[in-house]
Ligand binder design. Structure first.
Ligand SMILES: Cc1cc2nc3c(=O)[nH]c(=O)nc-3n(C[C@H](O)[C@H](O)[C@H](O)COP(=O)(O)OP(=O)(O)OC[C@H]3O[C@@H](n4cnc5c(N)ncnc54)[C@H](O)[C@@H]3O)c2cc1C
Length: 400
């Protein structure tokens, strides 16, 4: 006998919103709960490559067609610009080390994407989950303001520091801090420099690795006014072996980065040199978490997706792609429950087999990629050289 489930989604990030859109498209009841009441101040871009077909499944046609509006540069068509690739250069001389091709590759600004994907879905903002109760009839989520929601299944799409993961796994949910200093900060240039940088850098991903064990990526975050280059927002991701002093309260990390730029070539040298002096940045802990053998899903009632299920380093650009794959697999599982093809337990066990296998693999592969990017000689044996930005396992062979 079929029974349509009701889903409680915790977190309105890319994964939670993609699930919500997919459930809505298929007439399955849900609610999204998000602790923020406004978009967060941290923002970055993600490279969407192999997850495109899954987005086409999840999003309604009018939103899928609006993916260009989610891009940092809405006017960029990577295909007609002849830039369907990402570039990794030798930071010391600017020469290309590898430029893996990827048809259809695009960048998404995550704040713009969340704003657009939240349209038309049922999201309650400003609520933080504080407790979960599982009973024979379903699951109840309790929130900090004393309210609650009941459903048949709860999915924790609540990001790398997931509360739901902690509820499921206790201490085993604690992330590992990797031994790298990590900077992620944005800024604008003068109009003239913004135009020069826009021409100099690869428009999708432009990263340099340096023999002195340093990584720098220069990216476009937004072009609020195409006619006014002084409004264009760029950002830098930088990593190097961790120094405790970099995490000292109040340390000026833009100055620290500038001090470390000797021996770097363009576009990275100018990208850092031209950062306005008033720009502030601080080092953030560089954390990962991978599922070892999954979690007890309490009879299929509580599960995870996206960074909550597998939080990986950004160096291979796989986190959002895997989060979207999880969302597509989760909706697929709910459809099997709705049609009566599977029980909730069967559907969730199969969903998690895929999420855990794929997530465990990519958290480790991305970690290996991170290490290799800081070890110049080893880079040529690294996953990006072998697999580009494709998954390292055949995702279609996984159950789920
Ligand atoms: C600098 C950087 C660069 C990256 N580059 C790439 C890339 O190029 N390609 C790629 O594929 N991936 C990339 N990633 C990874 C990608 O951004 C993530 O994998 C993806 O955004 C994860 O989405 P999510 O929905 O799982 O989590 P999130 O986007 O973190 O969303 C989680 C949501 O849950 C909410 N929440 C948290 N706790 C609670 C709670 N207790 N109650 C209610 N709500 C809660 C949060 O407010 C948030 O809105 C990058 C990541 C970073 C940091």
């Amino acid at each position: 006998m079929s029974q349509s489930p009701r889903v409680i989604i915790i977190g309105a990030g890319l994964s939670g919103l993609a699930i919500a859109q997919g459930l809505q498209k298929n007439g399955i009841d849900y609610i999204v709960i998000e602790r923020e009441s406004e978009p967060r101040d941290r923002n970055w871009g993600v490279t969407i490559a192999w997850s495109h077909p899954f987005l086409a499944e999840l999003l309604p046609d009018h939103l899928f067609r609006r993916l260009t509006d989610c891009q940092p540069d809405p006017g960029l068509d990577s295909k007609s610009a002849g830039r369907e690739s990402v570039i990794i250069r030798d930071g010391h001389n600017g020469m290309t080390l590898v430029e893996p091709p990827f048809p259809g590759v695009r960048r998404l600004n995550i704040q713009k994407t969340r704003t657009i994907w939240a349209q038309g879905v049922n999201v309650k903002f400003g609520k933080t989950i504080t407790d979960i109760q599982v009973n024979v009839d379903g699951v109840v989520a309790h929130f900090h303001d004393g309210t609650s929601e009941s459903g048949s299944v709860l999915v924790g799409s609540d990001g790398g520091g997931s509360w739901v993961r902690q509820w499921l796994l206790g201490d085993a949910a604690i992330s590992t801090v990797l031994p790298y200093t990590f900077l992620n900060f944005s800024f604008t240039y003068t109009a003239e420099r913004a135009v020069m940088m826009d021409k100099m850098m690869h428009p999708i991903v432009d990263v340099g690795i340096h023999p002195k064990s340093m990584y720098i990526g220069i990216f476009l975050l937004d072009k609020p006014d195409l006619e006014k280059p002084e409004t264009w927002i760029f950002y830098i991701l930088a990593t190097w072996p961790r120094s405790e002093d970099d995490y000292r309260e109040g340390k000026d990390m833009v100055q620290e980065l500038k001090k470390r730029m000797d021996g770097w070539a363009d576009p990275y040298r100018s990208a850092v040199e031209w950062i306005p002096p008033e720009t502030k940045a601080k080092a953030v802990p560089f954390k990962i978490w991978g599922p070892k053998s999954g979690w007890d899903n309490r009879g299929g009632r509580v599960t995870l997706s996206g960074d909550a299920a597998h939080s990986m380093t950004f160096h291979r650009g796989q986190g959002a792609n895997n989060a979207i794959r999880d969302s597509e697999r989760f909706v697929h599982a709910m459809l099997a429950v709705k049609s009566g093809e599977k029980t909730l337990t069967q559907a969730m066990d199969q969903y998690e087999e895929d999420v855990v296998t794929r997530g465990r693999e990519e958290v480790e592969v991305s970690r290996v990629q991170t290490v290799a990017l800081h070890n110049y000689e080893d880079f040529f044996n690294s996953p990006i050289m072998k697999h580009g930005i494709r998954p390292t396992i055949d995702i279609n062979s996984l159950k789920g």
